[in-house]
Design a protein around this ligand. Structure first.
Ligand code: TRP
Length: 326
């Protein structure tokens, strides 16, 4: 062999070694894109649970996985831009928190596995074909609220109530589904229902005031817009001495009177465990059933009760898993 040929061969082998070395080093760290619609306590808890659930299964952020966490600040355009960026960066898995984020990432890719959490109704939001067999690149956990138990709690606290006001954001399919479900159940229980829809947080105080003369209590589902503006709703409710029942415990902590709901941190942990099974190649979204949490807790807000002049009975207090006070 000519000297120059040997040299070229050597260089080629060296180049190949470095190249493969680099490539495999990159492959060792799994890339996860995480998209959260907005910052509010329930969604934050679900994300923290997800990270801990993955870690419990051996996937530790900053070690063998790299999570690119993005908060869309409640903005639809941000949701789409971030989703497209995840696809361009070829992440291995996407976590989407809440319905609008899930819909945005699902519209950006039908290839990359997507795991969702805190999504009210995956079928209603057209993310999966069914909970038993998603049939798409999407699976995860639903936070469907225990509506019948929530209504039972409202009636237990306010047995004299005749009219229920329901407020939700018209653009949130998750809220629309819950509002319809609660309306049906409440009417079956003999209550009259007055519905008020909002398009942004700016409408909350006005809608609450206009409903206040007509209703004995208010119900708000796990609505992302309302969740980030609970203090505004609580302010009007306090003035009008109206109880606000909520879809999720964190909304009670932020100014609602009571609810019966799930623990979003636990839901996130369960979602992290599902994600680990996907990463290990033990399952794929299309055939991995959607999961939920069975366990629900009664939560009360004593400060709100005091502000609206309501006294919780001993029985109700005894049932509470959490009683918030300021
Ligand atoms: N379930 C909501 C969705 O599907 C998200 C959500 C979870 C939420 N917990 C909440 C919204 C509490 C408001 C308050 O988008």
């Amino acid at each position: 062999m000519k000297k120059s040929t040997v040299l070229i061969l050597c260089l080629a082998v060296m180049a190949l070694a470095t190249l493969t070395g680099v490539v495999s080093a990159e492959n060792e760290v799994i890339k996860i894109g995480a998209l959260q619609l907005v910052e509010h306590a329930s969604l934050d808890a679900a994300y923290n649970g997800f990270v801990d659930g993955l870690a419990a299964a051996g996937y530790v952020d900053g070690e063998n996985i790299a999570i690119d966490f993005q908060n869309a600040q409640g903005d639809q355009a941000n949701l789409l831009t971030i989703s497209e960026r995840f696809v361009k960066n070829k992440v291995d898995l996407i976590l989407a928190i809440a319905t609008p984020s899930a819909q945005a990432v699902a519209s950006a890719t039908t290839e990359i596995p997507i795991i969702v959490t805190a999504v009210t109704d995956l079928v209603g939001a057209r993310l999966v074909e069914s909970y038993e067999a998603p049939g798409t690149n999407v699976t995860g956990t639903t936070d469907a609220a225990p509506a019948a138990q929530q209504l039972a709690l409202m009636i237990e606290l306010y047995p004299e109530a005749k009219t229920l006001g329901v407020i939700y954001t018209s653009s949130e399919v998750n809220s629309e589904i819950q509002a319809e479900q609660m309306t049906k159940l409440a009417e079956e229980a003999g209550l009259k229902v007055e519905t008020g829809t909002i398009t942004s947080v700016n409408d909350i105080e006005q809608i609450a005031s206009s409903l206040s003369g007509k209703v004995d209590m208010i119900y708000v589902p796990t609505d992302n817009t309302i969740a980030s503006a609970m203090p505004n709703l609580a302010k009007v409710a306090e003035e009008k001495k109206l109880p606000v029942f909520c879809g999720a415990p964190a909304m009670v902590e932020a100014g609602g009177l009571a609810t019966i709901g799930i623990d979003y941190y636990k839901l996130g942990v369960q979602t992290g465990a599902m994600a680990a099974r996907l990463l290990k190649g033990e399952a794929e979204p299309a055939t991995m059933p959607v999961e939920s949490l069975e366990e629900v807790d009664v939560v009360l807000n004593q400060t709100v009760a005091d502000a609206i002049g309501y006294t919780f009975s001993e029985e109700v207090l005894a049932k509470a898993a959490e009683i918030y006070t300021e």
